[in-house]
Every structure is written in structure tokens, then in C-alpha cells.
Design a binder for this molecule. Sequence first.
Ligand code: HEC
Length: 92
Amino acid sequence: MIADGRQIYADQCAACHGVDLEGQPEWRRPPPSGRLPAPPHDESGHTWHHPDELLFRIVKESTASIVGGGYESDMPGFAGVMSDAEIRAVLD
Ligand code: HEC
């Protein structure tokens, strides 16, 4: 599960969240587009503050659909790209 998740992360997530989970530079400061940069997934970010079920829904459905209200986000949903088991593997 961990090995599968590591590979999925490298293929699907690292381009934005960084090969070492470090996130995008200046991730706390929104660029002129107003959309937030990709946060790190290591201990310096806030991913670990969120319950597993919420993280699962963010990855499956996208941040914009979870926040709602016309919120715009560069975090895509991976429903149709990844199975539920693959989403759980990458989170693990
Ligand atoms: C195209 C760039 C991009 C890709 C690819 C991407 N993300 Fe994201 N991700 C983002 C951005 C940007 C945010 C912040 C969104 C916001 O808050 O508006 C985010 C937020 C998140 C969050 C919420 C983190 C938090 O601390 O609140 C999780 C979890 C997440 N991404 C997981 C993943 C996973 C797992 C993958 C790969 C399957 C992935 N992301 C691929 C751009 C991306």
C-alpha cells in the first residue's frame, strides 16, 4: 500500500506538491490569480490537521467542490483517474 502510494504520488501529485512533499514556494501567499499554491504535505503544512475522510474527499472530488460557493482552486479531483483504493494508498 505504501509502495503503491509512493509511486502514485510521484506520478500524480509531486508536480504540484513537490517530490519531497514540500509544496510550492511561498505557498502561504496567494499569487495574483488569487488561487492558493499547493501546500506541503509534510509537518510544516496543515494537511495533517484534517481528518482522513476529508482528505479522501478533497483528493476524490477536488477542493473547489468541497469548499463550494464558487470557490476556485487548482487542486483537481481524481475521481475517474484513481480508484478509491489508490486514493487511500496515496494518502497513506
Ligand atoms: C495541478 C496541481 C495539483 C496537483 C496535480 C495535485 N494537487 Fe493537491 N492541491 C493543489 C492546490 C493548489 C491545493 C490547495 C487548494 C486550495 O486550498 O485552494 C491542494 C490541496 C491539496 C490537499 C489539501 C491539503 C490541505 O492541507 O488542506 C490535499 C490533501 C491534496 N491537495 C492532495 C493531493 C494529492 C494526493 C494529489 C495527487 C493524487 C494532488 N493533491 C495533486 C494542487 C495540486
